[in-house]
Design a protein around this ligand. Structure first.
Ligand SMILES: [Zn+2]
Length: 89
C-alpha cells in the first residue's frame, strides 16, 4: 500500500512524529510542530542566502582559503560555506 500521508522530519531531532501547524504567514509554507522535541518549524524553509551571496562567498574563500575568514568577512556560517565549497567544482 502506498502511503499518501506526508510526514515531515523535524529539522532539529529528525523525528517524523510531527503534526501540521498551519501555514507561515510570511512565506505561506507549511509549518509543523514536533512532538518529540517540542519545537516549531517550517517545512522546506527558503534558503537563507541568495545565489549572489554564495558566489561572493566562494570567491572570497578562494582568495583567503579560510572558512573562518569568510565567516568573519561575510557573516556566513562555516557549516553553510563548507557545504557550498564541497558542491562547487
Ligand atoms: Zn523535533
Amino acid at each position: 500500500m502506498i502511503k499518501t500521508t506526508l510526514t515531515y522530519a523535524c529539522r532539529k531531532c529528525h523525528s517524523q512524529d510531527s503534526r501540521k501547524n498551519g501555514k507561515d504567514a510570511k512565506s505561506g509554507k507549511q509549518k509543523y510542530h514536533c512532538k518529540q522535541c517540542n519545537s516549531y518549524g517550517i517545512v522546506n524553509p527558503s534558503p537563507r542566502y541568495s545565489q549572489q551571496d554564495k558566489q561572493r562567498a566562494l570567491r572570497v574563500y578562494q582568495e583567503r582559503a579560510s572558512l573562518r575568514g569568510v565567516e568573519l568577512a561575510l557573516g556566513i556560517s562555516r557549516k553553510t560555506l563548507a557545504a557550498w565549497v564541497k558542491k562547487s567544482p
